[in-house]
Design a binder for this molecule. Structure first.
Ligand code: 13P
Length: 340
């Protein structure tokens, strides 16, 4: 393992002013996104959509990396340049989602375990040859009646750590993503309690698996009220609770934390990140690794037509720029109307 190379890439991914675009939707998920704009999910439509995102003028100024899906890392621009090469040529680090999805955990109704460890070493070798310098694995923890159980949290932490160890062996920076879902009716306090337990287990497992913390990125959920909760915590409380929770559980050796958006609106996700970055000196860089919060407006602007190309690209560049400002604590909601 080349530790200095892992650390160099990890630091580049969380450099101030930039963040990560998660464009690694599996075929099932991208179909759901395309359904919203009434577009068939064909391979060419998926390619054209990703090309629209990756070639958006100005977006690369605020993007350190892009996470690709297996199909996407093998696809090319219309001019025949493989996507990972195109991104690297524009100073954006290509990454790859390597998990095979969250599947029902046998014996634990309502809980999941993320699969994809079998053959992972060989797949990582292949992805590295294609240009990937970092990877992503998402564990999913739902909050509900009697869940999460301690066992499901431990099982997912173990899988995340095994994945991270294989990545570092192949000189690929692991993004470790334990997502506590915001879909439930729980309070922000319950989200904090569960996120605290999950992060404790994850860092315990990472330690046991001898992970080089300086060469990884954490991708957590924010500490936030469940979507169906009757009381919604305000943005300042989300920022304070999230930073408090992370300070308790994430070692200072980790160079950066790149949040998922998890179903927040684009504006909320940007505001929360900016408020956190205004909370004074932090031991790690705080940035974004958003999927929906970066793509939703771009997808609608594009609408699946070549006439919508420029509109889609303008929307992506706008969200990337505003989130870049949020990594510096410099986002204001008033910028939304000016930045189109
Ligand atoms: P969202 O920002 O849409 O939650 O997606 C981020 C991601 O990569 C989930 O795995």
């Amino acid at each position: 393992m080349n530790r200095s190379e892992l650390e160099r890439v990890a630091r580049a991914l969380v450099v101030k002013g930039k963040g990560i675009l998660a464009a690694d939707e599996s075929s099932g998920t991208i179909k759901k996104r395309f359904d919203v704009i009434k577009l068939d999910s064909t391979e060419e439509h998926r390619r054209a959509y990703r090309e629209m995102l990756f070639t958006a003028p100005g977006a690369a100024d605020s993007l350190s990396g892009v996470i690709l899906f297996d199909e996407t890392i093998h696809q090319k621009t219309r001019d025949g340049i493989p996507f990972p090469d195109y991104l690297a040529q524009h100073g954006v680090i290509p990454g790859i989602k390597v998990d095979a999805g969250a599947k029902p955990l046998a014996g634990f109704p309502g809980e999941t375990i993320t699969e994809g460890l079998d053959g992972l070493r060989e797949r990582l070798l292949e992805y590295r040859k294609l240009g990937a310098r970092f990877a992503k694995w998402r564990a999913v923890i739902d909050i509900g009646e009697g869940i999460p159980t301690a066992f499901a949290v431990r099982a997912n932490a173990h899988a995340l750590a095994r994945y991270a160890a294989l990545c570092q062996e192949q000189e690929i920076v692991p993004i470790v993503e334990p997502e506590v879902l915001m879909d439930g009716a729980h309070s922000i306090d319950r989200c904090e309690e569960v996120t605290d337990r999950v992060l404790e287990e994850v860092f315990h497992a990472l330690h046991e698996h001898r992970i080089y913390l300086e060469g990884m990125i954490l991708k957590p959920n924010m500490v936030i009220s469940g979507k169906k909760s009757p009381t919604q915590a305000g943005p300042e409380q989300v920022a304070q609770s999230t930073v408090r929770c992370l300070k308790r559980r994430v070692p200072a050796a980790v160079p950066g934390i790149a949040f998922l958006s998890g179903g927040q609106s684009p504006e909320e996700a940007t505001l929360h990140l900016s408020l956190m970055n205004q909370l004074g000196a932090l031991p790690w860089s705080l940035t974004f690794s958003y999927g929906r919060a970066l793509q939703d407006t771009a997808l609608k602007g594009w609408g699946g037509t070549s006439a919508g190309l420029a509109a889609g690209q303008t929307e992506l560049a706008k969200r990337a720029r505003l989130n870049g400002l949020a990594t510096l604590g410099r986002y204001q909601p008033a910028l939304e109307s000016q930045a189109a």
